[in-house]
Design a protein around this ligand. Structure first.
Ligand SMILES: NCc1[nH]cc(CCC(=O)O)c1CC(=O)O
Length: 332
């Protein structure tokens, strides 16, 4: 693309920055409430909002409080909420059966939200880690994370979520072949309009630490997730994963974590032109909040700037714990 400009002083780029009105007119990207998906942690009990210490400002809510939060989110114009269960340790087993229990926390929360605010899209997370005694996303057999057995379980989990009313299925497990298996199960049971937002390019990242505290998986996790999540050194591999998931029937794709992987977001959008999302994960949120609480940065400014960066990189939307706060600011 040719970049044409007159020589100085005929051209003074600062003219376009001189007033708010002209800056507003010439701004290239916008952040809107329509770009937000709000991740929410669900726990058992009633009337409970329990702070997550490593994520200041984030709480685990009992189902009744999640429903209230969903009503508020909808009123703020947030299009979607994403549920993550904090499972009681007594329900974590080696066979992970709680994952496809129609009455598990997540499925009860989906039903509660869909009954109260049917227009709010409900997204789920599909992976075994909240239910697994050893904290992994897949079955562990003889010290190995087993792919094909896990995919069968993930399909059962997906179907229980779809039956509860989930609108968007979010497989975050990084097993091979899961998107195709989920898609054909959904089609065969009449769930043609349930969308899949695949965590296609999910990296084995240190930025998930606070999330694992929030869902109670930190203590449980043995070893790391490097045999299924991606090496942070890789870019081409991410493109292959996106292509693979789209071929298997994903409607939307995700890059995770977010800010440290903006190059991946940008390349995905350029090469595939599909709805592309980033997950501004727990560690990214915690870093901003920690610095803000110490008075080292202006938290609000950095929050908005970090979210605008996703839009600039080409993302259609962002999963962010800041969603309600941003929505309130954007409402003015
Ligand atoms: N499959 C679980 C899952 N789904 C979303 C996150 C991380 C989200 C965050 O850090 O905010 C994780 C953690 C992990 O893979 O260990």
């Amino acid at each position: 693309m040719p970049y044409v400009s007159a020589p100085f002083p005929a051209s003074r780029p600062r003219r376009l920055r001189a007033s708010a009105a002209v800056r507003n007119l010439t701004r290239e990207n916008e952040l809107s409430v329509n770009d937000l998906i709000w991740p929410v942690f669900v726990r058992d009990g009633e009337g409970i909002e329990e702070p997550v210490p490593s994520m200041p400002g984030v709480v685990r809510r009992s189902v009744d409080k999640v429903v209230e939060a969903a009503i508020d989110a909808h009123a703020l114009g947030i299009p979607a909420i994403c549920l993550f269960p904090y499972t009681d340790p007594s329900l974590k087993t080696e066979d992970c059966a709680e994952a496809w229990n129609p009455e598990n926390l997540c499925n009860r929360a989906i039903r509660g939200i869909k009954a109260a605010v049917p227009d709010l899209a409900v997204m789920t997370d599909v992976a075994l880690d909240p239910y697994n005694i050893n904290g992994h996303d897949g079955f562990v057999i003889d010290g190995e994370i087993r792919n094909d057995e896990t995919v069968e379980a993930l399909v059962k989990m997906t179907m229980a979520q779809a039956e509860a009313g989930a609108d968007i299925i979010g497989p975050s497990d990084m097993m091979d072949g899961r998107i195709g298996a989920m898609r054909s199960a959904l089609e065969s049971k009449g769930f043609q309009n349930v969308t899949i937002l695949s965590y296609s390019a999910k990296y084995a990242s240190g930025f998930y630490g606070p999330f694992r505290d929030a869902v109670g998986a930190s203590g449980a996790l043995t070893g790391d997730k490097k045999t299924y999540q991606m090496d942070p050194a890789n870019t081409n591999e991410a493109m292959r994963m996106i292509a693979r998931d789209l071929r298997e029937g994903a409607d939307m794709v995700m890059v995770k974590p977010g800010l440290p992987y903006l190059d991946i977001c940008h390349r995905v959008k350029e090469e595939f032109s599909v709805p592309t999302f980033a997950y501004q994960v727990s560690g990214e949120y915690a870093m901003i909040q920690a610095a803000a609480l110490n008075g080292w940065i202006d938290g609000e400014k950095v929050m908005l700037e970090s979210l605008m960066a996703f839009r600039r990189a080409g993302c259609d939307g962002v999963l962010t714990y800041f969603a309600p706060q941003v929505a309130r600011l954007l409402q003015g």
